[in-house]
Design a protein around this ligand. Sequence first.
Ligand SMILES: NC(=O)c1ccc[n+]([C@@H]2O[C@H](COP(=O)([O-])OP(=O)(O)OC[C@H]3O[C@@H](n4cnc5c(N)ncnc54)[C@H](O)[C@@H]3O)[C@@H](O)[C@H]2O)c1
Length: 440
Amino acid sequence: MRLSIFGLGYVGCVSAACFARDGYEVIGVDVNQFKVDTINSGRSPIVEPGIDDLIKQGAESGNLKAVTDVMRAVHESDISLVCVGTPSNHNGSLDLSYVKRVCQQIGEAVKSKPEKSQPHIIVMRSTMLPGTIEETVIPTLEAFSGKSRARDFDVAINPEFLREGSSIQDFASPPFTLIGADDENTARALRQLYSHIDAPVIELGIKEAEMVKYACNCFHALKITFANEIGSICKAMGVDSHEVMDAFCKDTKLNLSPYYLKPGFAFGGSCLPKDLRAITYKAKQLDVDAVMLNSILVSNRVQVERAVEMVLRTGRKRVGVLGLSFKAGTDDLRESPMVSLIETLIGKGLKLSIYDRDVELARLFGANKTYIEQEIPHISQLMKRNLNDVVEGSEVLVIGKKDDDFRMLDGKLNNGRIVIDLVRMLEVSQAVESYQGMCW
Ligand SMILES: NC(=O)c1ccc[n+]([C@@H]2O[C@H](COP(=O)([O-])OP(=O)(O)OC[C@H]3O[C@@H](n4cnc5c(N)ncnc54)[C@H](O)[C@@H]3O)[C@@H](O)[C@H]2O)c1
């Protein structure tokens, strides 16, 4: 498999040097003649631990050469990996000018490439927002090649996860190899390209793969900001932030784990809102500007508003709510976001009925009986003892939590009802088959 690598900056240089070391024939391409000459003379145009030796070995073995000639690079390779820059415009939007230009050039080269049994594959490694391949890359390649994707060439995304300073190690042992492709032939070619890398391979649709890179980088930025804000509050209180965060990181059940990382409805309960309020109030008193921590409850309220919007958009009036407490197996209604949602919907004039087995029991005997009767009587009086009564009387069903009790609904929803699954923040309009088993 012969590779052409477009853009010999950090990502391109490291990829070119590592693939050449791993035995591939690599042609690097850059518009910058100096970078091309530097690589051909066996030296690295970037500063990165370990790269000088790899480029020297690559140039000496003949596995790595660099050119400015796009036509030659495409004609003499089977796969083109695109690693050009995608910087920010002044307003923060993504500058795709390098991506467009390189796609024009590759397109022109594909146009004159002699027919082969396998179509040329163009793999984007640059970081690009979801939709860029569909709206920019493919149309540009098609326009300039006069050929069509899938029949004459293939396109995929394979985001890069290296970190400057440790990129050679990161290339050899990434967290995973991410392949975003819409067809099996392209995905197979990429699996083969990385078959020597010891990392799990994740295959997704193109847009999802484009987005994973942003989710990762947003989360990394969030982690750093979180640690810094906790650190600043600790410092102002004379607390050793490193001891705190060392202990924090030892919790791999809830803290450093997939827990709490599934998109869904707002959080609530007796602890998270209360504790966030207490620490952000304390930070304010100490003149610590905890911008990110301050924004969490605001964002949580917006999530409730999104759910309200989802229900209102259905245009229907009779709404059944399944699940009232903030999670399954509890009757605790303190700061339940479902209570906020329900109060807003009542205020908008909708007719609600509610079922929650845990809360129903509490209403009869539990410790929460007084709270339910005195604090939320307007909600208590909408509760039904029987799940079927709620389902039968509703045009829209809002599922508020995972509950085994709701399994009995499988196959019983096909009466033109709209189902809004807040566990996943999805509307599952009337498509009962696809809904089965989804929430539980
Ligand atoms: N730097 C990182 O650590 C890192 C990590 C992961 C992903 N990324 C992403 O990878 C992409 C590349 O990042 P980088 O830091 O390597 O960029 P860079 O700016 O260092 O290098 C880009 C290179 O592309 C070349 N180039 C521009 N137009 C070209 C064209 N038409 N043909 C050939 N070469 C062309 C430029 O001359 C330059 O050498 C970006 O989208 C970035 O967000 C970067």
